[in-house]
Design a protein around this ligand. Structure first.
Ligand code: ATP
Ligand code: MG
Length: 234
């Protein structure tokens, strides 16, 4: 579904991503794990068209998308929940969710998905008329995820969805990711909680200073001594 080949991304003189190759098959949850600054968010931003690669190829559903605009990429069913809850302030919770569905023409489908989002995150329904900026950090994270789901994505890119959440909500977020997978959406996940992330992932890749150093199934990575030592405190 997604194939990244020899991707290199620079910020000025800084090389953030160095010849990275990986792929995501339809129906999978795939995790990218790695230390702070390893280049994880940069990879997601490049896939969703927010920044341009220096070199490399990105193929999504058989089409090359390195030169495609971020808006066109969303229209193709690829949604990105960026790092650190980007909700629109000065707009209500409901308006934030409506924005997710902005490009959709299937009004009935939109209503159905809105109900599903409110079922997943009941607090958002209770707060739907409130300004999004008045939500707590964790609630804003849920809203950002709800808004992405309103685009009805084929592929969902999640950048540290559990960041800043209480343990009980972290568990909930991972349950939701598994639900999303069951309902047919493919997920590319970045997480600091490598343990939980890998345990719900079909496969994963370990990134170190812009390079992929290890890959395998979720279970293989969980039991790998290198991963244990570097990321799981083992
Ligand atoms: N806008 C930018 N300008 C310059 N350098 C940047 C910019 N954004 C990121 N970088 C640098 O690129 C490298 C990769 O950053 P990136 O945000 O992709 O890391 P990450 O793996 O997502 O880290 P974290 O786990 O801390 O979120 C880092 O060294 C970072 O300092
Ligand atoms: Mg990041």
């Amino acid at each position: 579904m997604l194939k990244v080949e020899d991707l290199s991304v620079h910020y000025g003189m800084i090389q953030a991503v160095n010849q990275v190759s990986f792929h995501v098959n339809e129906g999978e949850v795939v995790s990218l794990i790695g230390a702070n600054g390893a280049g994880k968010s940069t990879i997601l931003r490049t896939i969703s068209g927010l920044i341009k690669a220096k070199s490399g190829k990105i193929t999504y559903l058989g089409e090359s998308i390195e030169q495609t605009s971020a808006k066109k990429i969303v229209e193709k069913g690829l949604a990105h929940v960026p790092e650190g809850r980007h909700v629109f302030k000065g707009m209500s919770v409901q308006e934030n969710l409506d924005l997710g569905a902005f490009l959709r023409k299937d009004k009935d489908g939109v209503q159905k998905d809105l109900r599903a989002v409110f079922e997943r995150f009941p607090i958002l329904e209770q707060r739907k008329h409130q300004d999004a900026s008045t939500l707590s950090g964790g609630e804003q994270q849920m809203l950002a995820m709800g808004r992405a789901l309103m685009t009805r994505p084929k592929l969902l890119l999640l950048d540290e969805p559990s960041m800043g959440l209480a343990p009980i909500f972290i568990k909930e977020i991972f349950n939701i990711i598994q639900d999303i997978q069951k309902q047919g959406t493919t997920v590319l996940l970045i997480e600091q909680n490598a343990n939980v992330a890998l345990s719900i992932s079909n496969r994963g890749y370990v990134l170190e200073t812009g390079k992929i150093v290890l890959s395998g199934t979720g279970q293989e990575l969980l039991s790998s001594p290198e991963v244990q030592k570097a990321y799981l405190g083992g």
